[in-house]
Design a protein around this ligand. Structure first.
Ligand code: HPA
Length: 266
């Protein structure tokens, strides 16, 4: 990790306190920043390349008016074969660079029947069904606690601010519990019924490892899902990745508007 930090420091002296991670089809926000310095993942030592279609692969430093922001345009996933350590490297590196607030975005399947395709949902809590945890293994107590509390993994203060900003902009924003699976196969209808029964409103294949590590490191986290499709078995139709990307592109402008207004308030 130190090599990655040193490499990025050699490219920019910027010290943003806030960073955004952009999920499938949601990469447009990075283009909104001014004074951009782009650091392609491919050049960063140890940084996993994002191989998923719809994911750019670069770290972008820039400004929203006077606010310094870092953006991870594209993330890596467990389903690509990456380890928990690899999929959370970005969060650890950003923390080392001085980031203390993380805003995650992702594409998710909508389990809650009140959601529609294209809905934006603030994640209120999560259920980790990935069968592993990024904090497994020896712990360095100087970095974070062995048994980190997760009772407010998604900052209540940030969520309140997000709702206020959304209301001001006239953007509909629901709340929901996100269940993380590894994928890459989409869920079966029976799995979706199970997830609904255990209290999940959304399902996806990312974000939870990153949020666990962000909390472990004492960072504040906020996460926004874009409901790119209604979950399996709800409608008499199949799910495909192209649809997921297309819906992501459809909400792009709304999400950009939302993030631009929200970040300065966090
Ligand atoms: N399931 C899991 N992950 C997803 C989905 C889904 O339906 N849509 C977007 N990411």
């Amino acid at each position: 990790m130190q090599d990655a930090v040193a490499y990025i420091r050699s490219k920019t002296g910027r010290q943003p306190r806030i960073a955004v991670v952009l999920g499938s089809g949601l990469g447009a926000f990075a283009d909104e920043l001014s004074d951009r310095i782009e650091v392609p993942y491919a050049g960063i030592p140890g940084w996993p390349a994002s191989t998923a279609i719809g994911h750019a692969g670069k770290l972008v430093f820039g400004k929203l008016d006077s606010l310094d922001v870092a953006v991870m345009a594209g993330r890596s996933h467990l389903y690509e074969g990456y380890t928990q350590a690899q999929v959370t490297l970005g969060v650890r590196v950003l923390h080392q660079l001085g980031v203390r607030s993380m805003v995650f975005t992702n594409a998710a399947g909508g389990i809650n029947l009140s959601y529609s395709q294209g809905s934006l949902v603030l994640i209120s809590d999560h259920i980790n069904l990935q069968g592993s945890n990024p904090l497994l293994g020896p712990n360095d107590d100087s970095v974070g606690p062995r048994f980190p509390d997760m009772s407010e993994a998604y900052s209540a203060a940030y969520r309140e601010t997000a709702h206020q900003v959304a209301a001001q902009l006239g953007i509909a924003l629901s709340d929901g519990v996100y269940a993380a699976l590894t994928g890459p196969s989409y869920e079966t209808p029976a799995e979706i019924r199970y997830l609904r029964t255990i209290g999940a409103d959304l399902v996806g294949m990312s974000t939870v490892p990153e949020v666990i590590v962000a909390n472990y490191l004492g960072m504040r986290a906020l996460a926004i899902s874009c409901v790119t499709n209604i979950a399996a078995g709800v409608l008499p139709q199949k799910i495909n990745h192209e649809e997921v990307l297309e819906t992501g592109r459809g909400v792009r402008d709304t999400l950009v508007r939302f993030l631009k207004a929200l970040l300065p308030k966090l």
